[in-house]
Design a protein around this ligand. Structure first.
Ligand SMILES: Nc1ncnc2c1ncn2[C@@H]1O[C@H](COP(=O)(O)OP(=O)(O)O)[C@@H](O)[C@H]1O
Ligand SMILES: [Mg+2]
Length: 602
């Protein structure tokens, strides 16, 4: 995650048209995620309405106690008082029960919404083509899954419930006040004026400062992650002191913006209390006057008006905060809907053709290729690789070798022309069949957390232990695996189970071997091996490559010696293509490369 990423995403200015499209896209997503929980959402709404109405009924009943119950009791009739007291108890109990139910219900609905969204985002991101993952940085993908989902969760968890209850509470209180005593309500209305300005000031400043805290914390995280992932380089260049200083500065920045946010609360909260108290004072003053002046107002009504005026502003802080939570959740939803809108550029055929023969005959017909950047990476070419051939693909860095490999494994489709496997266009082959037929091993040799055996079995789910060991033996990985603390059961991510880059490659060879593909591509797959290990793999390779079509991309020409055919590439073009012996005997590029390599060996 680079800092630029974080800032750019916030800064981009969009046209009105584009903004409208984004809003529609995120509303559509909102509709989709709410749809499955619609019924329960209505129930929780009914619950929250009931609970808030009951809560607001409290002060009203107190007015009844004072104005009806007590006078009747004085006159010797206690019935009214008993009835009103019973009503008070019931509303108190039911209001508690409905609030409890509402909270449980709403929490479950929110959990379901989050679960659905999380799963959908994961599945979708995973389903997207390599092109998406090569352009959308992993930092941004991570941000979508973490901080963006978190801000939506935050809104749902606290904000949502509190906002709905808060608004309902204020609305019911206002209704009660209008009905009981309109002039007290008028006083409340006047207090709205300072409240409005204070809240707007608070919102604006918290928004700005929350954005600053987000940026500051992102900077902190980026700095921390960069230091720790690059810890070897940090130590090697004795960069610790400098890192410490810059980290110190970032921590200080973070502290300052947080202090600023706290200060804002330090003004807003007392401000709310003050407006509330002044309003109460006016209600009391005006009400008291009317109570004294020929009983224009009953004393119970005055008490309940004061209670209403006092509690009216309670939800205000939450509401003001809700607006901010809403805004960050909204922008998160916009970004997430953007990812969900992406379509795999390499889509699976609707009616895939079954590949009948599995011999591994590859054909490039009038293939031309450029990445989305537009520059032609592979100029138009034709190429025929007979089934069972071992082809070495050599050439300078950036010549287009990996691109060629990506076309064969259909990570990308050619810009024009077609690639055929056993006479069938790759576009027409079902993804599952293609993944079975073509396997690519790269330098990355990624190991998932789990045991060595599990990592090998990835190539063939449900493989038996015998098959796994046979595969490891075939590529010369068996010995080193046995020397690991728990042998095949060693967890590759646990202490003591750490395997070297070379050993990782051997495991990924075993994984490819057990998958038994028709076409096998090794893209610089032996580059982390030392010469002795490479020799070992060399022997394994003979077994690995026998009976299938193989494309080997390698820097060390020793790997090339087992090839039937060498293709030399330069600047996206095939410049030589022949048997290795013939090329070496000639005067071309490969002959020169080979000569230089031979000389480097002595
Ligand atoms: N994902 C990508 N997007 C845009 N350009 C790319 C991408 N991958 C590779 N290229 C460009 O395509 C050319 C060929 O790259 P590549 O096939 O990786 O070369 P090689 O494997 O022979 O070193 C290079 O100029 C490289 O910059
Ligand atoms: Mg490459």
């Amino acid at each position: 995650m680079s800092m630029h990423g974080v800032q750019n995403e916030e800064k981009i200015h969009l046209s009105k048209e584009e903004q409208r499209r984004i809003r529609q896209r995120s509303l559509r997503l909102l509709g989709e995620i709410v749809k499955p929980v619609r019924a329960r959402l209505f129930i929780s709404l009914a619950l929250v309405i009931t609970s808030q109405a009951l809560k607001v009924a409290g002060p009203w009943i107190i007015a009844l106690v004072v104005d009806r119950g007590v006078p009747d009791a004085r006159a010797g009739n206690f019935n009214t008082l008993y009835w009103i007291m019973a009503a008070y108890f019931l509303t108190a109990i039911f209001s508690g029960i409905t609030i409890a139910f509402f909270m449980r219900f709403a929490a479950r609905v929110n959990q379901d919404i989050m679960f659905g969204l999380r799963r959908r985002l994961f599945r979708h991101t995973q389903r997207l083509s390599i092109e998406f993952h090569e352009t959308y940085t992993s930092g941004r993908v991570i941000a979508r899954q973490t901080s963006d989902l978190d801000s939506i969760k935050e809104l749902l968890d606290s904000g949502g419930n509190e906002m709905v209850s808060g608004i309902l509470f204020m609305v019911f209180t206002a209704i009660a006040l209008v009905t009981l005593d309109p002039s007290s309500f008028l006083i409340m209305l006047v207090s709205f004026i300072p409240l409005f300005f204070l809240t707007r000031w608070f919102q604006k400043n918290t928004r700005i400062n929350y954005r600053k805290t987000r940026v500051a914390s992102a900077k902190l995280i980026v700095h921390f992650v960069e230091t720790m992932t690059g810890i070897r380089a940090v130590k090697a260049f004795r960069k610790e002191k400098r890192n410490e200083d810059s980290y110190q500065e970032l921590v200080e920045d973070y502290r300052l913006v947080n202090a600023k946010v706290i200060q804002l609360f330090g003004i807003y909260d007392p401000g709310l209390i003050m407006i509330g108290n002044i309003t109460v004072a006016f209600v009391l003053f005006w009400g008291g006057y009317r109570v004294l002046d020929h009983h224009q107002m009953q004393i119970g009504v005055l008490i309940s008006c004061i209670l209403y005026a006092r509690s009216f502003y309670e939800p205000m802080e939450n509401l003001a905060m809700f607006y901010n939570a809403y805004q960050s959740a909204n922008s998160a939803l916009e970004k997430i809907s953007g990812v969900l809108e992406e379509e795999p550029t390499v889509a699976e055929a609707v009616n895939p053709t079954k590949i009948s023969s599995h011999s591994g005959h590859l054909e490039f017909r009038d293939v031309e290729f450029s990445y989305s950047t537009g520059k032609v990476v592979l100029a138009k070419f034709n190429l025929d690789i007979t089934a069972g051939q071992t082809v070495a693909l050599v050439g300078t860095t950036g010549a287009g070798k990996s691109t060629m490999a990506k076309l064969i494994s259909r990570f990308y489709d050619p810009t024009s022309g077609q690639v055929n496997l056993d006479g069938v266009n790759l576009r027409d082959i079902a993804d599952e069949d293609l993944r079975q037929a073509v396997v690519m091993v790269t330098q990355e040799a990624y190991l998932f957390s789990g045991t060595v055996a599990e990592n090998i079995a990835l190539g063939k789910p449900h493989a038996t232990r015998e098959e796994i060991e046979a595969a490891a033996k075939a590529v010369g990985a068996h010995e080193f695996i046995l020397s690991l603390p728990d042998g095949y059961e060693t967890d590759v991510n646990k202490r003591g189970g750490r395997v070297s880059a070379g050993q990782r490659q051997l495991i990924s060879f075993a994984r490819a071997f057990i998958a038994d593909p028709t076409v096998l591509i090794l893209d610089e797959a032996t580059s982390s091996l030392d010469i002795p290990s490479e020799r070992l793999v060399q022997k394994g390779l003979q077994t690995l490559l026998a009976g299938r079509t193989a494309i080997i991309i390698a820097h060390r020409l020793s790997t090339v010696s087992i090839a039937d055919r060498v293709i030399v590439m330069e600047h996206g073009k095939i410049i030589e293509d022949d048997a290795p012996a013939k090329l070496i005997a000639g005067t071309g590029k490969f002959a020169k490369m080979h000569k230089a390599w031979r000389e480097s060996l002595v």
